[in-house]
Structure formats: structure tokens, C-alpha cells
Write a protein that binds this ligand. Structure first.
Ligand code: CAA
Ligand code: NAD
Length: 597
């Protein structure tokens, strides 16, 4: 049943003017509402004021607001430490710390302050809205309105409906949020709702990866930005969210679902206890110029200029084995960067195919005015193809990108070990196989390394440089420096399933499938939540259909086998889609049907 909006909202109260509350107050004031902002003391009030002034000041600087509009906006907001000032509010949004007790005490107190028809909302990220609502004498007028950080930027708002929320309250709040230009998605009262349930497993996993020293904070963040196009890496995002808030969210989610993957990584608690709360306190995983500043400054963990990787090997001639999508992209990357490239294929037609692909890519660029005929002939002049592996005898490094099959790859490494000159680096671009197994069949395990390029290799910036327990440090450094020379962002990690990106990405995608399977939300709502709440370039189901469900299932199975983590078990629905042949865009049907499009 669709209700039509019945209430007029003009005065909105916001309780708590921290990271979220100040942003929420700004959203309402920007849309012409009168706002009463409440803080617990003058210090909180001053911080809230600064937050608002800073945010509107930035909008003026970027010419999104005139100074006059900014002054008007701020003029619509009254700041107070007295909750009684909320007496005239039509709607109150609570955005205080993520504590059930504090929130309940506020909803209890509001009974004696606001009008009986005022709507009450909580911005909780994970706590039970039902439980918060029961602290009020009229729980039917309570809803969750879960804004995303930064509230003025993200369009998603999750509206949490409890079993007692009155339908007209829900309809009115939906209408109100739409009038603010937000996109409300209604969901049930379950810890984490849609977006946090999917986001926080991923964030917590990234913290565990950092805590376990699998990769540096900079590399974990760069991997997700440059490998997946995320607007920020997980550790920088946690700093933006606030580590205390993040801890509470994970703790609540763990207590409700008992999923080990939501048990907050121990280091989070240590940061919170030490008062390192992220951006808001000026230090979290990173150090900031000042509290509430987004500007990261160097600290004891920042790599210094001396740490910049150097080339310990003289690299002139690069070998590539393979003629598929990845191999031809890799040939193009090195040739464009000025290296002579010798690649091998299993037949002349395949070899010619690589040259044809690079030529086609160039022609497209020339048509768009981004390259010239001279550049094309220069680059193609540096590329030579052969059908004989033996021709690789003089290369300084060889990168293989052949079939993802351990037996085929180990045979190749045995051959390369025989053929390539001593000291040549042997690199594999495998996404999932143990690199040490390839190193083991050679007499030079110290020279074997992973270079995990992303598809399309010519465009995607990231390369995961994967060292095994046997890889020589000078070889790792050389490959990192080489990536830099060819314009890639290289991150360093160890030889385990999924490296950084796939290990963080696929369990999140799998969790999305589990959520769909549990009928908590639709694929459309889940995709919308992740795109408009967290600014991800694609929703999980869009991405799964692009990647291919068979590929995703294979990766998820590898992760499950390696880490034996019950939460990594592939979602049965993913397996069923693969069995049914619904592999995604490539078969015309996956989570969505593309046949009619
Ligand atoms: N307040 C208000 N506006 C802000 C802002 C802030 N704190 N930070 C950035 N902006 C605005 C800027 O003014 C700018 O606006 P215009 O385009 O109108 O000029 C715009 O956002 C882009 O900002 P920048 O150019 O400075 O920076 P950017 O492009 O790197 O974007 C970002 C910064 C918006 C934070 C972006 O990196 C992003 O969207 N990151 C993902 C954030 C995310 O995942 N949020 C969800 C967290 S989970 C959550 O919120 C739920 C929970 O319960 C914990
Ligand atoms: P925060 O720590 O930045 O701000 C909380 C503010 O509430 C502080 O300024 C504090 O002084 C104030 N406060 C505490 N008790 C109060 C009281 N009794 N009366 C008035 N003010 C009081 O926290 P935050 O990140 O803004 O989180 C606020 C709420 O929003 C939490 O429920 C959180 O889970 C949720 N949330 C957070 C994010 C995020 O990314 N940080 C996103 C969405 C939702």
C-alpha cells in the first residue's frame, strides 16, 4: 500500500553535530529548512559550528555557493546545548555516538519536549532501531534515516522501518528525503542494514591485512583505488568514518550475526583506546594536518624518498609469453614505455593477432586525437613476435600470461629456466596460483616473482607485485621500479590467494549474493546502496555480471580453500547460477537478463 505524504516539515532538529550530524544539518539548511542543532556542551557546539563553516566555505571557494547563500544557509541553523529548543521541530534526527544507551536516553527525553506528531529519526549505523524506538512513548513515529558520509555528498539514505513504524511516517520521510535530492531505499531492521553489512566485512578484512603486515596501508589503499576504481582505499575510508564508530558498528554486527569476519580487528580497539579516531581527531591509520582535515601528512610509517625502489637489474629487452587479452595488453604497456618487447605465441596467426590488436588500439587513439601515426610506428617498431620460446634467451625479464593452469605454467617455467640467460627475472601474471610452485621448478627461485596486471592491462594502473618466500629483495625492488617506469602503480604483497584486491573484493561480492539469497534486499537496491552510499563505480551484481559468475566462483573457492574461513564459503546462489549457465553478460544472463537489451 502506498501512502501519500501528509505532513509538512519545516523545522528540523539535529542532535549531535559530529561527523554526520553537522553534514545532515547542512543538507537540511541547504534545502531551506530551519535547523536546530543540539550538542552536549560548548566544545561540541564549537566543533559543529566549525565543521559547518568549513564545509560551506569550501562550497563558496569552489563557486558552488555564493557567500550570500552560504551566510543565509548558516543563518537558518540555530546551535544550542538545550534539548528544550527542539520543542518546535517537525522532525528530529539523532546523530550522537553509536551507543544504544545514549540513544535510548535521548529518545526517552524527547517525549517531554517535542509535539506528539513530530517524527523522530535515528542515524544509527547498526543498532536496533526497534530497540531505540521503544524508549519513546510513541515508537510508531520512529524510523531510521541512515545518511552516508559525507552526508552532503552521498545520495543514498537507508530508511529503516521497524515492525511498528507507522506507514504514514514512512511515506512522509521518504517524500521528504526525495525533496532533498536524496535516494531513499527502505530496508528492515537488521544490524548493518544493506550497505554497512557489505562494507564493514571488507573494511575489517583490510584492517586485518594491515595488522598482519601483509601489505602497507598505502599499498592496501592504492590497490583498491587503482584496481577497482574505488574513490578511496579502505583504511583512508575508516579514518573518514571514525574508528570509534567503525568499532561499534562491527561489534554490533558481530553480536547479532556471530560472523567472525565482523569481529573487530584487535588493532581497531587499540587505536580507539589510544584516542586515535581517524580524521576527526587528526590521527588514525594516517596522520592529518589537523583534526577534521582531509590532508594527510607524513608520519613515522610514511615511506621516505630513500625507500623508493631502484632498478638493480639492467632491463632493456622484455619478453612476454602468450597472445591473449592480458599478454597483448602487457606487450603494449612495455612497448609504449620505450622497451623493446619480444613476445611468443603458439602459432603465427596468434602472433599476428597481438600486433593487430595493438594496431587497432592505436588507430582508435589516433582517431580521437590522442596519438599520432609516428607514435604508432615507433611503438610497433619495438615489438617483435615469435613462435619459438627459445628466442627468449636474451631477455632481461619475461612476463608470462598464458592459461591459468598450474601444470601448464610449471612446464613453461621449467622451459624458461633452461632458455633464459642467468639473472633474467621470470614473472607470472597469475591471479590465483601459488607462485612458489612455479619458482620451485626452476633453479633460480630467487628470480621468480608475480606481476598481477589488471584487465585491460594497457589502461588499468595497478600491478600487484607478489614476492614468494624465496624471491630476492633486489628482484622485488627491480620489478617495483620497472612498474613505476612503465607508468603503473605497483603495490607489494606476499604469495597468497587473492593477493590484496581479489581477497578484499570477492568475499564482499559473495556477501552481496548471500544478502540477495536471504531476501533482505533486491539486487537493484543493493547495487544502488553501494553506488550511492559508498560511491563505488559499480554495484556488486553489476560487477559480478561483468566479471562472470564462473570466474567469481572459482576465485571465491580458492579463497575459501586457502583461508578455511567459513564466511568465505561460496554463496549457494552463486553456484546455482553457474550450474545453470547464467554466467553474466557473456552468456546474456547472470543476476540480470541481458537478452532483450
Ligand atoms: N562535507 C561536505 N562536502 C564534502 C566533504 C565533506 N566532508 N568532503 C568532500 N565534499 C565535497 C566537496 O566539496 C566536493 O563537492 P563539489 O563536487 O560540489 O565541489 C565533492 O565532495 C568532492 O570532494 P573532493 O574533490 O574534495 O574530494 P574527492 O573527489 O576525493 O571526494 C569523497 C571525496 C566525497 C569523500 C569521496 O572520496 C568518496 O565519496 N569516498 C567514499 C566515501 C564513502 O564510502 N562513504 C560511505 C562511508 S560508510 C557510511 O557512511 C555509513 C556508516 O554508517 C559508517
Ligand atoms: P561523532 O563522534 O563524529 O559525533 C557524535 C557527536 O555527538 C559528537 O559531536 C558528540 O559531542 C555528540 N553527542 C554525544 N552525546 C550527545 C548528547 N547526549 N547530546 C547531543 N550531542 C551528543 O560520530 P558520527 O560519526 O557523526 O556518528 C553519529 C551517528 O551516525 C552514529 O550513530 C553513527 O553510527 C552514525 N553514522 C556514522 C557514519 C560515519 O561515517 N561516521 C555514517 C552514517 C551514520
Amino acid at each position: 500500500m502506498t501512502e501519500t505524504a501528509t505532513r509538512e516539515f519545516s523545522t528540523v532538529g539535529v542532535i549531535g553535530l559530529g561527523t554526520m550530524g553537522a553534514g545532515i544539518a547542512e543538507v537540511f539548511a541547504r534545502n531551506g529548512f530551519t535547523v536546530v542543532g543540539v550538542e552536549q556542551n560548548d566544545v561540541g557546539l564549537e566543533r559543529g559550528r566549525q565543521h559547518l563553516e568549513h564545509s560551506t566555505g569550501r562550497a563558496v571557494k569552489r563557486e558552488k555557493l555564493t557567500q550570500e547563500q552560504a551566510d543565509e544557509l548558516l543563518g537558518r541553523i540555530t546551535l544550542t546545548t538545550d534539548m528544550q529548543d527542539l520543542a518546535g521541530a517537525d522532525l528530529v534526527v539523532e546523530a550522537v555516538v553509536e551507543s544504544l544507551e545514549v540513544k535510548k536516553s535521548i529518545f526517552r527525553a524527547l517525549d517531554d519536549i517535542v509535539r506528539p506528531d513530530a517524527v523522530l529519526a535515528t542515524n544509527t549505523s547498526s543498532l536496533s532501531v526497534t530497540e531505540i524506538s521503544t524508549a519513546n512513548a510513541k515508537p510508531g513515529r520512529v524510523v531510521g534515516v541512515h545518511f552516508f558520509n559525507p552526508a552532503p555528498v552521498q545520495n543514498l539514505v537507508e530508511i529503516i522501518r521497524t515492525v511498528v513504524t507507522e506507514p504514514d511516517v514512512l511515506a512522509d520521510v521518504q517524500e521528504l528525503l526525495r525533496s532533498l535530492g536524496k535516494n531513499p531505499v527502505v530496508c528492515g531492521d537488521k544490524a548493518g542494514f544493506i550497505a554497512n553489512t557489505l562494507l564493514f566485512g571488507y573494511l575489517n578484512h583490510a584492517v586485518a591485512m594491515y595488522e598482519g603486515k601483509y601489505a602497507s596501508r598505502e599499498d592496501i589503499d592504492a590497490a583498491m583505488r587503482f584496481g577497482c576504481g574505488y574513490p578511496m582505499g579502505p583504511l583512508a575510508l575508516l579514518d573518514l568514518i571514525g574508528l570509534d564508530t567503525a568499532y561499534e558498528i562491527l561489534d554490533t554486527m558481530y553480536k547479532q550475526g556471530r560472523d567472525r569476519l565482523h569481529a573487530p580487528a584487535p588493532i581497531l580497539k587499540q587505536y580507539v583506546t589510544a584516542g586515535l579516531l581517524g580524521r576527526k581527531s587528526g590521527r588514525g591509520f594516517y596522520t592529518y594536518e589537523a583534526p577534521d582535515s582531509p590532508v594527510v601528512v607524513a608520519d613515522a610509517h610514511t615511506p621516505s624518498a630513500d625507500d623508493k625502489p631502484r632498478l638493480h637489474h639492467d632491463i632493456k629487452l622484455v619478453g612476454v609469453v602468450g597472445t591473449g587479452t592480458m599478454a597483448s595488453g602487457i606487450v603494449e604497456v612495455f612497448a609504449k614505455a620505450g622497451y623493446d618487447v619480444l613476445f611468443t605465441g603458439r602459432g603465427q596467426d596468434k602472433v599476428d593477432g597481438v600486433v593487430a590488436t595493438i594496431t587497432k588500439n592505436f588507430d582508435k587513439q589516433i582517431q580521437r586525437g590522442r596519438a599520432t601515426e609516428e607514435q604508432k610506428s615507433e611503438v610497433l617498431g619495438r615489438v617483435r613476435g615469435t613462435t619459438s620460446l627459445d628466442d627468449l634467451k636474451d631477455v632481461d625479464i619475461v612476463v608470462e600470461a598464458i592459461a591459468e593452469d598450474l601444470a601448464i605454467k610449471t612446464t613453461l617455467f621449467e622451459n624458461l629456466d633452461e632458455i633464459c640467460k642467468p639473472g633474467a627475472i621470470l614473472a607470472t601474471t597469475t591471479s590465483s596460483l601459488p607462485i612458489i610452485s612455479m619458482a620451485r621448478v626452476t633453479k633460480r627461485p630467487q628470480d621468480v616473482i608475480g606481476m598481477h596486471f589488471f584487465n585491460p592491462a594497457a589502461i588499468m594502473k595497478l600491478v600487484e607485485v607478489v614476492s614468494t618466500v624465496a624471491t630476492d629483495e633486489a628482484v622485488t625492488e627491480t620489478v617495483l621500479a620497472l612498474c613505476d617506469r612503465v607508468g603503473k602503480v605497483a603495490v607489494k604483497c606476499g604469495d597468497r590467494s587473492g593477493f590484496i584486491v581479489n581477497a578484499l573484493l570477492f568475499p564482499y561480492l559473495n556477501d552481496a549474493v548471500k544478502m540477495l539469497e536471504a531476501h533482505y534486499a533486491t539486487a537493484d537496491d543493493i547495487d544502488t546502496a553501494m553506488k550511492q552510499g559508498c560511491a563505488l563505480p559499480m554495484g556488486p551484481f553489476e560487477l559480478l555480471d561483468v566479471v562472470g559468475n564462473d570466474v567469481s566462483l572459482a576465485i571465491q573457492k580458492e579463497l575459501y580453500l586457502e583461508f578455511r574461513e567459513p564466511g568465505f564459503a561460496p554463496a549457494p546462489l552463486l553456484e546455482h547460477l553457474v550450474t545453470a549457465g547464467y554466467l553474466g553478460r557473456k552468456t546474456g544472463r547472470g543476476f540480470r537478463d541481458y537478452s532483450a537489451r
